[in-house]
Design a protein around this ligand. Sequence first.
Ligand SMILES: Cc1cc2nc3c(=O)[nH]c(=O)nc-3n(C[C@H](O)[C@H](O)[C@H](O)COP(=O)(O)OP(=O)(O)OC[C@H]3O[C@@H](n4cnc5c(N)ncnc54)[C@H](O)[C@@H]3O)c2cc1C
Length: 458
Amino acid sequence: MLYWDLIDRLKGLLEPSCVVTDEAELRRYSRDALSRSRAFDAAPLLERRGDVLVRPKTTEEVSWVVKAARDFGAPVIPYGGGTGVMGGLAPVRGGIIVDMGLMNGILDVSPKDMTATVEAGVMLEDLASALSEQGLMLGHDPWSVPIATVGGAISTNGVGYRAAAVGPMGAQVLGLEVVMPTGQVIATRSVPKTSSGPNLNHLFIGSEGVFGIITRATLRVYRQPEERVFSTFRFQTFEDGFGAVSEMFALGLRPAVVDLADDFEGVHLYMVFEGFRELVQAQRRRSAEICLGCKGRDMGPTEAILYWDTRYQVAEAYRDSLADSSDGDKPRPEGRSFDYLHVALPVSRVLEYRLQCEKIFREYDIRATEFAIWTEPELFSMVLVPGTDTRPEDMPKAVEQALKLAQDFGGIMEYCHGVGVKLAHLLPREMGYSLDVVRAMKMTLDPQNIMNPGKLGL
Ligand SMILES: Cc1cc2nc3c(=O)[nH]c(=O)nc-3n(C[C@H](O)[C@H](O)[C@H](O)COP(=O)(O)OP(=O)(O)OC[C@H]3O[C@@H](n4cnc5c(N)ncnc54)[C@H](O)[C@@H]3O)c2cc1C
């Protein structure tokens, strides 16, 4: 259903060119990077497109749009870079897509306060370049730096390469400005700790836009490291490599980057150490001792350097593939049937979890082409591809079983990409009564359920 009166109202509020009803544009902005083949049972939810797309330029304009939406009971879907991989911005009930792309200002960079204040639609890559001009850098450095926005990264609480040292995107957030579902604007104070009541930033971190539209953020930033050192170790078994990583973390070592992978090239651990010289050297030396003690073989820096230098390539290729289908009429690249899981578990259960997953995958003739620990020993990832005898229904079944197993092991089913429409059905199982608490907050703040409905099971 097209809300013609609402569209007329929006045209009166924003510059007419910032209110778009063109079919191809609407289709393009009604999808993120979740392909139908990876969406499994949620694939039909990706069919619905938004009814109108708006491009506000100021917080005030966002507020006007939300107030208009509220008056019409129309859903509002915040759109950052559109690179989410769980269908977090699928307009499952239609409505207004709010593209934050024009709100991409870098408002302030303060080397003294070690903060950057930005509009939420700024691309991570643009912010990273602006910071580097002042000898600074962002703590959040995901693969998707060239294609994702600050607002999207906060709303999914994304994890990047440096998370071992500085935590996920949410940990970089000091203060937020948010347009609430009523259209009112709130702003939290930009300080690193608070004991003056609950820290409301956490209502919006990892919440996929269901509690409001983030319009501004003040983020912690870091000095460019005095020294950066790369290291690669190879292990006979994943267990040995995992033993080394767990021991490093238990001891308190925090390499900026930790990536332990078991793939077609064997078991390898890439580490990057960053910071001031003495710290870098001490961490590198002690990590090497631990790896050698766990039967690791020191391969020198070369492989880890190549890994570091090429870390954005997948995202750049993704951006190019989108440019090829930029008229919105061409289908998005669907890719072959595969999936990737990113679960978090207690350290003590990771190896047992892997073994049990292998059993599940054998049952469905599915191949795990990679098992990995990224950034912390609790964070365990797998890449899955079908085998020769896999039936179409087998991949979804195997994935569901593996995700439920992570929950049964005391962990969670996803540590960085959000829940979107793909995993929403498993959230009640994971959160129990906690999800009722979230639902109660949602009903109070957004009784009409207009803010990104259908996400987080709301
Ligand atoms: C090639 C590739 C590599 C990737 N690598 C990583 C990685 O290394 N680490 C990682 O964590 N993720 C990764 N991702 C996933 C994705 O990039 C992240 O989830 C990213 O944080 C999403 O940012 P975005 O701006 O594209 O958000 P979008 O996809 O536009 O939105 C994501 C969610 O946030 C909401 N949202 C967006 N902006 C706002 C706002 N201003 N206010 C409120 N809600 C908002 C949306 O409604 C949606 O629910 C990758 C994706 C791709 C395609």
